[in-house]
Design a protein around this ligand. Structure first.
Ligand code: G6P
Length: 604
């Protein structure tokens, strides 16, 4: 989703702004631009497509100066072309924006005497501000007045050709951080954007706005009162991430999982099979329901957790897609524990669900990978994934870390609620302790899965089937394939196939069956045979026992390492990741930044 970088100082800024934009590339975008303010006013360069196109444009028409704002745009209003790319200019004002100005049409109508040059919602901000300047207001007053007229979500950075060397910034709904420098100040959508510039960040709060100059900055709250906000010092691990020898970030992140699941686990299980401090802060015995809300891959992690909490802890769980949650008027009991599950901690819908539940009086927690994120700051309790920066748009290591954390919490709930004996709890803790090793073993299937990906890559459409906790893993497998290979894929509960989708099975339709040898194995194999009888090409993801029993019925069979049913979903998800990855590589797609997708979806 849109990314923002800003620098105000005394040295030239363009090259460093471009570097910041590169660090935001992972968020997904379709055009980019930069504006600088120098002795001769505001200048800008914009390009459709990747940042290299912007670099080309800048080498033909260089611009530079001591202050600048830059932007990667993920189109919402208006197609991705140069006219719609940010920064947008009006008179003396240049602005970049992440979010959606919901009342932009009303503002445009009010300003119909002005000439608009784009189809974006953003351009109204520049015009509103320029109108206020023309009416004689100071830049600072004009900015404060402009913000009061905007409805919707925004993080924005704005410059005025007023002889001052300043950047104006504001945040309402979309994240924005100020980076503190020495004789320079910075702005960025996240810590990664600012990784090379500053480790001392101030995260603007809802409704905050700020004025930055080379000498310092001042933050104001939504009532225009000068306020002080806490400084967060970013540790090295939260900074930039390099691809190393891997062809893609996604592959690197898949291979990091033996380490990242352990890094997650450390927060929840302490030495000698005791629960860690973070987990201990939750009391699942005093609640009668768990409400899990998330988007995309994180939501599938929550779906797996529903099986765990219900089976092991006897705790009722509602899992909701965040974008549906608050608008369907959920019936909430204050005696529920709410957990927002999110890699970024910034997904607009998940954040809205968190706020909704907080207002409804629920105990709230955020399970996030970015501990400086808005969700981590706003929830009653923040729980870390510790998976390290995830750059590939398609989530992999964050997913297995979400599963690992949620599995630990389900065990904790089982113990707190007296549903699991000490012995059984210890056995499951040991299973979690062995996870890293099993994930490593699962990765040994890489070469085999790579070969299968060649067969899958010719397909137009594929089905993913599972039963029990493998249903969300099948959903996630289908999502991964769609996201990065652009092959149409559907995940289904295996038993549901007969109720419609089986009509789509014809000769050679690929059906990926996720079926470790558990108590539902035979039932899943029966469903597998039903589609095989209709010509489907079966790719069976199972374990050695399942491979022995049913491998011969499949076109191809992958024996993932045998695992206790409790942790098997985590192990099977590795197979799904590798299958999607190699299929996408075979097809030559942009694996790390798939078309149209954004890593962090900060608009509704
Ligand atoms: C986007 C990403 C997905 C991610 C989802 C939720 O759609 O492309 O990979 O699963 O957002 O993101 P979150 O940061 O809340 O986990």
């Amino acid at each position: 989703m849109c990314g923002i970088v800003g620098i105000v100082g005394t040295e030239t800024v363009t090259a460093r702004l471009i570097d910041g934009l590169k660090r935001l590339e992972y968020r997904g975008y379709d055009s980019a631009g930069v504006a600088v303010l120098n002795g001769s006013g505001l200048k800008r360069a914009r390009a459709k497509g990747k940042i290299v196109a912007l670099i080309d444009e800048l080498s033909d028409n260089p611009i530079d100066g001591p202050a600048g704002i830059a932007h990667t745009r993920w189109a919402t209003h208006g197609e991705p072309n140069i006219a719609n790319a940010h920064p947008h200019f009006a008179g003396k004002v240049g602005v970049v924006h992440n979010g959606i100005i919901e009342n932009y049409q009303d503002i445009r109508a009010e300003l119909s005497h002005r000439t608009f040059t784009s189809e974006t919602d953003t351009e109204v901000i520049a015009h509103l501000m320029d109108e206020a300047l023309e009416a004689g207001q100071s830049s600072k007053d004009a900015f404060a007045a402009t913000l009061k007229k905007l409805r919707g979500a925004y993080a924005l950075a704005l410059m005025v050709d007023d002889g001052q060397n300043e950047i104006y910034a504001a945040r309402a709904g979309s994240p924005l951080a100020i980076g503190i420098g020495d004789g320079e100040m910075y702005l960025g959508s996240d810590a990664l954007a600012l990784a090379q510039l500053s480790r001392e960040l101030i995260y603007l709060e809802e409704g905050d706005w700020a004025v930055l100059s080379p000498k310092g900055f001042q933050v104001y709250d939504q009532n225009d009162k000068a306020v002080k906000r806490d400084v967060t010092v970013i540790t090295a691990g939260m900074g930039a991430s390099e691809k190393g020898d891997y062809d893609h970030y996604m592959l690197k992140e898949i291979y990091e999982q033996p380490i990242t699941v352990n890094a997650t686990l450390k927060n929840y299980l302490a030495e000698r099979d005791q629960f860690g401090d973070i987990a201990q802060k939750l009391d699942f015995n005093s609640v009668d329901r768990l409400v899990l809300t998330a988007c995309g891959t994180a939501c599938y992690a929550a779906e797996v957790a529903k099986y765990w909490f219900e089976q092991y802890a006897g705790l009722a769980v509602d899992v909701d897609i965040a974008s549906e949650f608050r608008y369907r008027h959920p019936v909430l009991s204050p005696n529920s524990q709410f957990i927002a599950v999110s890699q970024s901690g910034e997904t607009a819908d998940t954040l809205a669900a968190l706020r909704y539940c907080k207002d409804a009086g629920l105990k709230t927690a955020a399970l996030v990978n970015v501990m400086t994120s808005t969700m981590a700051r706003e929830a009653d309790m923040a729980m870390p994934l510790n998976a390290g920066p995830e750059i590939g748009v398609a989530s992999t290591k964050a997913f297995t870390s979400q599963l690992t954390a949620l599995a630990s919490l389900a065990l904790l709930a089982a113990v707190q609620r007296g549903k699991l004996s000490g012995e059984d709890a210890e056995k499951q803790m040991q299973n979690l302790g062995a996870l890293s090793l099993l994930v490593s073993t699962a990765l040994e299937q890489d070469t085999h899965i790579k070969k299968l990906a060649k067969d899958l890559s010719v397909a137009k459409s594929a089905f993913f089937l599972g039963r029990g906790a493998m249903v969300p893993i099948a959903f996630e497998g289908a999502l991964k394939l769609k996201e990065i290979s652009y092959i149409h894929a559907e995940g289904y509960a295996a038993g549901e196939l007969k109720h419609g989708p089986i009509a789509l099975i014809e000769k050679d339709t690929p059906v990926i069956v996720v079926a470790p040898h558990d108590r539902l194995f035979e039932k899943t194999v029966s469903n597998m045979q039903e589609v095989a009888a209709r010509g489907a090409r079966i790719f069976l993801f199972t374990d050695s026992e399942g491979h022995k029993e049913a491998g011969h019925m499949a076109f191809a069979s992958v024996a993932m390492p045998a695992a206790d049913p409790f942790i098997a979903p985590i192990i099977q998800s590795i197979g799904m990741q590798l299958l999607a990855y190699h299929t996408a590589v075979t097809l030559g797609t942009d694996v790390d930044q798939p078309r149209n997708l954004a890593k962090s979806v900060t608009v509704e």
